[in-house]
Design a protein around this ligand. Structure first.
Ligand code: BG6
Ligand code: MG
Length: 213
């Protein structure tokens, strides 16, 4: 194989939780009377909870204090955690398990590189809490994507040089993070269309894996 490790983003790559993030932010925005739509939500992909809130507040008509912002982020997270309570292995996105099985059979290490602090809960919900060789997430980093920190940590956890890693991402910020870390990227979904991802596919199921063999 062309790579010794594949580092997966979680939300929108392994599992459908990107829709739960959208619904959580939308509920908060409606309560606060702030305009919010799916296009704005695309810019929240890959970035931390507080930075995602700042994206939402760009359309706010008043200034919020730090403590109001903390309360809003917590409120959104409570809605989000309610939505992800019902996650099951059925919510794993198409092609993910086949792709991971093929990689593992070929000796490739598998890791998670996610900005989300809810990563452990999500992995447990979908039954993959002990599946990956390394998990780097929002609880362990101080700079979220587009900074490469989370992917560099994931590479380190599996003992592979960044130049031997492929990142799978659905967010523009995530593609930038991987490239900044010296890694190749497979971009999936809409948000990566205008990016410099090394490979692009509608989803993992549609990716021609012979390109990395
Ligand atoms: C990323 C999502 O994976 O995690 C972002 O793409 C989200 O949309 C970020 O803001 C932080 O998530 P959490 O679960 O810590 O609020
Ligand atoms: Mg994502």
């Amino acid at each position: 194989m062309k790579y010794k490790a594949v580092l997966f983003d979680l939300d929108g790559v392994i599992v459908t939780t990107d829709e739960c993030h959208y619904k959580g932010w939308k509920k908060l925005a409606d309560e606060e009377g702030i305009y919010f739509d799916r296009q704005i939500n695309q810019r929240q992909r890959g970035v931390s909870r507080m930075e995602s809130l700042e994206v939402l507040l760009e359309k706010a008509e008043k200034e919020y204090t730090e403590s109001e912002k903390n309360e809003m982020a917590e409120r959104k997270n409570n809605y989000y955690r309610e939505y992800i309570k019902s996650l099951t292995p059925e919510d794993i996105l198409p092609g993910v398990m086949d792709f991971c099985t093929m990689l593992r059979e070929n000796g490739v290490k598998l890791a998670i590189g996610s900005s989300s602090k809810n990563t452990p809960t999500i992995l447990e919900g979908i039954g993959l809490e002990s599946y990956f060789d390394g998990v780097a997430d929002g609880n362990q980093i101080s700079k979220s994507k587009p900074d490469p920190e989370v992917f560099l940590l994931a590479a380190k956890l599996v003992g592979v040089d960044p130049s031997d890693c492929l990142v799978v991402e659905d967010a523009e910020a995530g593609v930038e993070a991987a490239l900044a870390g010296g890694m190749d990227v497979l971009g999936v979904g809409d948000a990566v269309k205008g990016t410099n991802a090394t490979y692009k596919a509608e989803n993992i199921a549609k990716f021609d894996a012979s390109l990395i063999k």
